[in-house]
Design a protein around this ligand. Structure first.
Ligand SMILES: [Zn+2]
Length: 362
């Protein structure tokens, strides 16, 4: 496979913050309390398991290194492929690319939407890591916060969403080559663009387990960079995520700017991107001391809940017939079904399907 010829980026450094400081998000007050949407988000984010997150961080950190130029990198890709497969997904692609003579892979797991499958949302992060000597491909490099945490959140959300119908398509994407300068994400952004894929929103998770003392989470938005047209939609999505964080968790939210991670090649192509980042000034950053025992898993579970709430809010559109029926039959009081929250094809058959589900539950 010949090397792809794409734009180049320098190796990223999350310690070089933008000049503009992050600002505290001010909540607009809760909108959905008591509505079916609210109940669905609450029920679903309650499924986030802190012990799963911890397990996956430990598993990923147990690879001797996940350095992109090491012999281990494609073993990690295979491991990720197997995790997605174990959740029941059938459409998992190893997106292969070649860069600087290395044959590398991004892992792409697709969950197709039920009625608007052409519009996709990407939840992504990088699975590679480095340590003190960036070119040392064989030194121990656990890369726990950076970025086993982001990948663990992606796995946990993929696990939960495997059982929930969404209107739009969601892709769970794990990139290699981030630490060398976004190799994998640049290749995949090029793939998305070349294939005219309707990428609507992208959420990048890079370092989400080492919080600052006040346990704030930073939602990163686009305020400029290469393309101006995508700024406003990015800021709207960031606001949605910040509001959902305030509604469903107790984490304070800071609004910051995108920099130094895999959303940049997508931004440069005009896509709408945001990021989630702990901004905890981790002293173990890019060191062999970035180990699983230094992380806060309760915090990380809340970060996962925020990302999950955002995906549900943006893609459920809103409630699948199955979930509505389950709620009508389940532990909650009967809900009135609004036609405008159902896809067209669902409206006529709703009654019949409720009856089918009733039968299958009895
Ligand atoms: Zn990173």
């Amino acid at each position: 496979m010949p090397d792809i010829e794409l734009e180049t980026y320098p190796p990223p450094d999350k310690r070089s913050r933008p000049d503009v400081p992050s600002i505290a998000f001010k909540s607009a007050g809760r909108k959905w309390a008591g509505a079916p949407i609210d109940q669905l988000i609450k029920d679903t984010i309650a499924l986030v398991s802190q012990s799963n997150l911890s397990q996956w961080v430990h598993d990923l950190s147990a690879f001797h290194t996940r350095h992109t130029q090491s012999i281990y990198i494609n073993q990690v890709a295979t491991w990720l492929f197997d995790q997605f497969k174990s959740f029941g997904y059938t459409d998992i692609m190893l997106h292969q690319y070649s860069r600087n003579g290395y044959q590398l892979k991004n892992v792409v797991c697709t969950k197709y939407g039920t009625s608007n499958a052409n519009q996709i949302m990407i939840l992504c992060g990088h699975y590679d890591c480095i340590m003190e000597q960036p070119n040392d491909t064989n030194a121990r490099a656990p890369g726990a916060d950076d970025n086993a945490t982001g990948i663990a959140v992606i796995l946990e959300l993929a696990r939960i969403l495997a059982h929930i119908d969404l209107k739009n398509t969601v892709q769970f994407v794990a990139f290699s080559g981030e630490e060398q300068g976004y190799w994998g994400s640049t290749a995949y952004a090029d793939y998305i663009q070349s294939n005219h894929i309707n990428l609507h929103h992208l959420i990048n998770m890079d370092m989400v387990g080492y919080p600052p003392p006040n346990l704030a989470i930073t939602v990163e938005q686009d305020t400029g960079n290469v393309v101006p047209d995508n700024n406003q939609l990015s800021q709207e999505l960031a606001k949605v995520m910040a509001q959902l964080a305030t509604d469903y968790t107790n984490l304070p939210v800071l609004i910051g700017e995108i920099y130094g991670s895999d959303y940049m090649p997508f931004e440069a192509r005009g896509y709408v991107v945001i990021g989630v980042y702990d901004d905890g000034n981790n002293p173990n950053y890019h060191r062999s001391s970035d180990t699983p025992d230094t992380l806060n898993y309760a915090y990380m579970a809340n970060v996962a809940r925020i990302a999950l709430a955002t995906i549900l809010h943006e893609t459920a559109a809103w409630i699948s017939v199955r979930d509505l029926a389950a709620r009508c039959l389940g532990k909650f009081p009967p809900l009135s079904v609004r036609q405008d929250v159902l896809g067209d094809s669902h409206q006529i058959s709703l009654r019949k399907r409720l009856e089918e589900i009733l039968q299958s539950c009895s």
